[in-house]
Design a protein around this ligand. Sequence first.
Ligand SMILES: C[S@@+](CC[C@H](N)C(=O)[O-])C[C@H]1O[C@@H](n2cnc3c(N)ncnc32)[C@H](O)[C@@H]1O
Length: 267
Amino acid sequence: MPLDPDIQAFYDRGREIDRLRGGFPSGPLEMERTRELINRYLPGGGLQVLDVGGGAGVYATWLMGLGHTVRLIDPVVLHVEQAAEAGVDAQFGDARELDQPDASVDVVLLLGPLYHLRDAADRQQALREAHRVLRPGGVLFAAAIARFAALFDMLIRLDALDDEVLPIVAEAVRTGVFRGGSKVFTNAYFHLPTELAADVATAGFEDTEVFNIEGPGFLVNDFEQRWADPARREILLAAARLVETAPEMLGAASHLLAVATKPEHGH
Ligand SMILES: C[S@@+](CC[C@H](N)C(=O)[O-])C[C@H]1O[C@@H](n2cnc3c(N)ncnc32)[C@H](O)[C@@H]1O
């Protein structure tokens, strides 16, 4: 399945491997909170995990360290190579067409593909594929970029909402479609919280919960200093926990995480 050339070129720059470790300012907050939320749902070790759009393997290696078996799929060859170098069982592939048997894994991570599939039908196909490969009772973790994330980030943290960027952000606010091309981030899709929950339910999942991953801390413009200070770091994490499921604050998130279950019976 073809990958948008702008998205390919964006990831070919090779920056994804460092994004969560500080390459993107609030990346460490995103990583810490994503791990914390995943941890709440994964009892013990020994689970079969499929990490779809797993990038360079940052979550895969962490889960392997916890005793899980992880297979990673990504459509960017560089990411597959980087993940393999880190010891992950990594293969080239696309979220819309997984080379994985039905009902064969306990957990699917979809932390990235929904950001980049701009057609609703493609996003639904990726979610249905996750549903197909999960065993009944298996758990899906699906991340999205929140609809207004770029508006907040460009205006408040970066002060970069200029004449060139404003129309791109305006379209994303109206429609979710972010035509960043090679200028800003890359081409993407930004979800409303209710839309993410509805997409997951339409694909056949139940018990969906949607979390605000970073909380308001992604907007502080001295993030690195605060994160480096253990006490201030705890405040950033505590602030995120305070509003993680507050419905009104989901709209002001940077990233959203939907957690849902494949029903034991039916579907
Ligand atoms: C922002 S990165 C996130 C990587 C990693 N999952 C994480 O959370 O750090 C988005 C990832 O989605 C991948 N991706 C983009 N389109 C995809 C698709 N159609 N199917 C699977 N993965 C895709 C990209 O190659 C990239 O590795």
